[in-house]
Ligand binder design. Sequence first.
Ligand code: FE
Ligand code: FE
Length: 197
Amino acid sequence: MKETELKKIRKALEKSLDPKRYEHTLGVEYTAAALAMRYDAPIFSAQLAGLLHDCAKCMSDEKKLSLCQKHNIAMNETEKRNPYLLHAKVGSFLATEKYRVDDEDVLNAILSHTTGRPQMSLLEKIIFVADYIEPGRKQAPNLREIRRLAFIDLDKALVKILEDTLYYLTENGGETDPMTQTTYDYYCAKNGEGNGK
Ligand code: FE
Ligand code: FE
Protein backbone atom coordinates (compact mmCIF):
# COMPACT_ATOMS: atom_id res chain seq x y z
CA MET A 1 0.00 0.00 0.00
CA LYS A 2 2.76 2.40 0.96
CA GLU A 3 4.68 1.40 -2.15
CA THR A 4 1.65 2.33 -4.31
CA GLU A 5 1.47 5.71 -2.61
CA LEU A 6 5.14 6.40 -3.31
CA LYS A 7 4.72 5.29 -6.92
CA LYS A 8 1.79 7.65 -7.44
CA ILE A 9 3.73 10.56 -6.00
CA ARG A 10 6.75 9.77 -8.19
CA LYS A 11 4.50 9.85 -11.26
CA ALA A 12 2.95 13.19 -10.31
CA LEU A 13 6.38 14.67 -9.60
CA GLU A 14 7.78 13.50 -12.90
CA LYS A 15 5.15 15.71 -14.52
CA SER A 16 5.50 18.76 -12.31
CA LEU A 17 9.29 18.91 -12.04
CA ASP A 18 11.91 19.40 -14.74
CA PRO A 19 14.03 16.30 -15.49
CA LYS A 20 17.04 17.51 -13.52
CA ARG A 21 14.96 18.29 -10.43
CA TYR A 22 13.16 14.97 -10.73
CA GLU A 23 16.47 13.08 -10.76
CA HIS A 24 17.59 15.07 -7.70
CA THR A 25 14.30 14.20 -5.99
CA LEU A 26 14.83 10.47 -6.52
CA GLY A 27 18.39 10.86 -5.24
CA VAL A 28 17.14 12.51 -2.07
CA GLU A 29 14.46 9.82 -1.68
CA TYR A 30 16.90 6.92 -1.62
CA THR A 31 19.64 8.74 0.25
CA ALA A 32 17.09 9.62 2.94
CA ALA A 33 16.00 5.97 3.05
CA ALA A 34 19.62 4.87 3.53
CA LEU A 35 20.14 7.39 6.34
CA ALA A 36 16.88 6.26 7.94
CA MET A 37 18.23 2.70 7.97
CA ARG A 38 21.46 3.89 9.54
CA TYR A 39 19.79 6.00 12.25
CA ASP A 40 16.71 3.90 12.82
CA ALA A 41 14.10 6.38 11.55
CA PRO A 42 10.90 5.34 9.74
CA ILE A 43 11.98 4.51 6.18
CA PHE A 44 8.63 5.31 4.59
CA SER A 45 8.54 8.80 6.13
CA ALA A 46 12.07 9.41 4.89
CA GLN A 47 11.09 8.36 1.37
CA LEU A 48 7.92 10.45 1.43
CA ALA A 49 9.67 13.58 2.71
CA GLY A 50 12.58 13.01 0.33
CA LEU A 51 10.23 12.78 -2.62
CA LEU A 52 8.21 15.83 -1.70
CA HIS A 53 10.87 18.17 -0.32
CA ASP A 54 11.26 20.08 -3.63
CA CYS A 55 7.72 19.55 -4.98
CA ALA A 56 7.23 23.32 -5.34
CA LYS A 57 10.67 23.98 -6.79
CA CYS A 58 9.61 24.28 -10.42
CA MET A 59 6.75 26.67 -9.75
CA SER A 60 7.28 30.27 -10.93
CA ASP A 61 8.15 32.94 -8.35
CA GLU A 62 4.88 34.73 -9.10
CA LYS A 63 2.90 31.58 -8.44
CA LYS A 64 4.73 30.92 -5.15
CA LEU A 65 4.18 34.48 -3.99
CA SER A 66 0.52 34.47 -4.92
CA LEU A 67 -0.06 31.09 -3.24
CA CYS A 68 1.49 32.43 -0.05
CA GLN A 69 -0.67 35.54 -0.15
CA LYS A 70 -3.82 33.59 -0.93
CA HIS A 71 -3.30 31.02 1.82
CA ASN A 72 -1.85 33.33 4.46
CA ILE A 73 1.55 31.67 4.48
CA ALA A 74 3.84 34.09 6.35
CA MET A 75 6.82 35.45 4.40
CA ASN A 76 9.84 37.25 5.83
CA GLU A 77 11.67 40.05 4.01
CA THR A 78 14.43 37.75 2.76
CA GLU A 79 11.84 35.44 1.25
CA LYS A 80 10.01 38.31 -0.42
CA ARG A 81 13.27 39.43 -2.03
CA ASN A 82 14.28 35.86 -2.95
CA PRO A 83 11.06 33.96 -3.66
CA TYR A 84 12.98 30.78 -4.52
CA LEU A 85 13.43 30.40 -0.77
CA LEU A 86 9.66 29.95 -0.51
CA HIS A 87 9.72 26.54 -2.19
CA ALA A 88 10.01 24.89 1.22
CA LYS A 89 6.94 26.57 2.69
CA VAL A 90 4.93 26.20 -0.50
CA GLY A 91 6.15 22.61 -0.80
CA SER A 92 4.88 21.77 2.65
CA PHE A 93 1.55 23.40 1.77
CA LEU A 94 1.30 21.35 -1.46
CA ALA A 95 2.23 18.18 0.42
CA THR A 96 -0.82 18.70 2.60
CA GLU A 97 -3.25 19.95 -0.03
CA LYS A 98 -2.25 18.07 -3.14
CA TYR A 99 -0.51 14.95 -1.84
CA ARG A 100 -2.66 14.55 1.27
CA VAL A 101 0.22 14.14 3.70
CA ASP A 102 -0.81 14.59 7.32
CA ASP A 103 2.34 13.38 9.08
CA GLU A 104 3.57 16.49 10.92
CA ASP A 105 7.17 15.27 10.97
CA VAL A 106 7.19 14.80 7.18
CA LEU A 107 5.68 18.27 6.69
CA ASN A 108 8.27 19.81 9.02
CA ALA A 109 11.07 18.05 7.17
CA ILE A 110 9.88 19.66 3.93
CA LEU A 111 9.52 23.01 5.69
CA SER A 112 13.00 23.06 7.20
CA HIS A 113 14.99 21.47 4.37
CA THR A 114 16.69 24.64 3.08
CA THR A 115 17.64 26.50 6.25
CA GLY A 116 17.25 23.92 8.99
CA ARG A 117 16.00 25.16 12.33
CA PRO A 118 16.90 24.68 15.98
CA GLN A 119 15.65 21.44 17.55
CA MET A 120 15.14 19.53 14.34
CA SER A 121 13.74 16.03 14.59
CA LEU A 122 15.78 13.06 13.36
CA LEU A 123 13.72 12.98 10.14
CA GLU A 124 14.27 16.70 9.52
CA LYS A 125 18.03 16.24 9.88
CA ILE A 126 17.96 13.25 7.55
CA ILE A 127 16.19 15.22 4.80
CA PHE A 128 18.41 18.25 5.26
CA VAL A 129 21.54 16.13 4.94
CA ALA A 130 20.20 13.88 2.15
CA ASP A 131 19.36 16.97 0.09
CA TYR A 132 23.00 18.01 0.27
CA ILE A 133 24.73 14.69 -0.29
CA GLU A 134 22.54 12.78 -2.77
CA PRO A 135 24.63 11.23 -5.56
CA GLY A 136 23.51 13.72 -8.23
CA ARG A 137 25.13 16.62 -6.37
CA LYS A 138 28.50 17.43 -7.80
CA GLN A 139 29.58 20.91 -6.87
CA ALA A 140 29.44 21.44 -3.15
CA PRO A 141 32.81 21.84 -1.43
CA ASN A 142 33.90 19.09 0.99
CA LEU A 143 31.25 16.79 -0.44
CA ARG A 144 33.33 13.68 -0.03
CA GLU A 145 34.00 14.35 3.62
CA ILE A 146 30.38 15.30 4.34
CA ARG A 147 29.06 12.16 2.62
CA ARG A 148 31.28 10.01 4.78
CA LEU A 149 30.45 11.96 7.92
CA ALA A 150 26.69 11.71 7.28
CA PHE A 151 26.79 7.98 7.97
CA ILE A 152 29.02 8.34 11.02
CA ASP A 153 27.65 11.38 12.89
CA LEU A 154 24.53 13.08 11.52
CA ASP A 155 24.85 16.19 13.73
CA LYS A 156 28.44 16.76 12.67
CA ALA A 157 27.45 16.46 9.01
CA LEU A 158 24.62 18.91 9.64
CA VAL A 159 26.95 21.53 11.16
CA LYS A 160 29.48 21.13 8.35
CA ILE A 161 26.76 21.64 5.72
CA LEU A 162 25.44 24.76 7.47
CA GLU A 163 28.97 26.12 7.81
CA ASP A 164 29.72 25.56 4.13
CA THR A 165 26.35 27.01 3.11
CA LEU A 166 27.00 30.18 5.09
CA TYR A 167 30.56 30.45 3.82
CA TYR A 168 29.65 29.76 0.22
CA LEU A 169 26.70 32.19 0.17
CA THR A 170 28.73 34.95 1.82
CA GLU A 171 31.63 34.36 -0.61
CA ASN A 172 29.39 34.72 -3.64
CA GLY A 173 27.51 37.71 -2.32
CA GLY A 174 24.28 35.75 -2.17
CA GLU A 175 21.70 36.41 0.47
CA THR A 176 21.28 33.86 3.23
CA ASP A 177 18.04 33.31 5.05
CA PRO A 178 18.83 34.41 8.64
CA MET A 179 17.48 31.04 9.81
CA THR A 180 20.57 29.30 8.36
CA GLN A 181 22.78 31.28 10.76
CA THR A 182 20.36 30.67 13.64
CA THR A 183 20.42 26.92 12.98
CA TYR A 184 24.21 26.93 12.68
CA ASP A 185 24.66 28.81 15.96
CA TYR A 186 22.23 26.49 17.72
CA TYR A 187 23.94 23.27 16.62
CA CYS A 188 27.45 24.63 17.20
CA ALA A 189 26.52 25.46 20.78
CA LYS A 190 24.74 22.13 21.19
CA ASN A 191 27.58 20.07 19.79
CA GLY A 192 30.23 22.24 21.41
CA GLU A 193 32.08 22.81 18.17
CA GLY A 194 32.54 25.15 15.23
CA ASN A 195 33.74 28.70 15.59
CA GLY A 196 30.32 30.00 16.54
CA LYS A 197 30.48 32.91 14.09
FE1 FE B 1 15.02 22.57 -1.94
FE1 FE C 1 16.46 19.64 -2.95
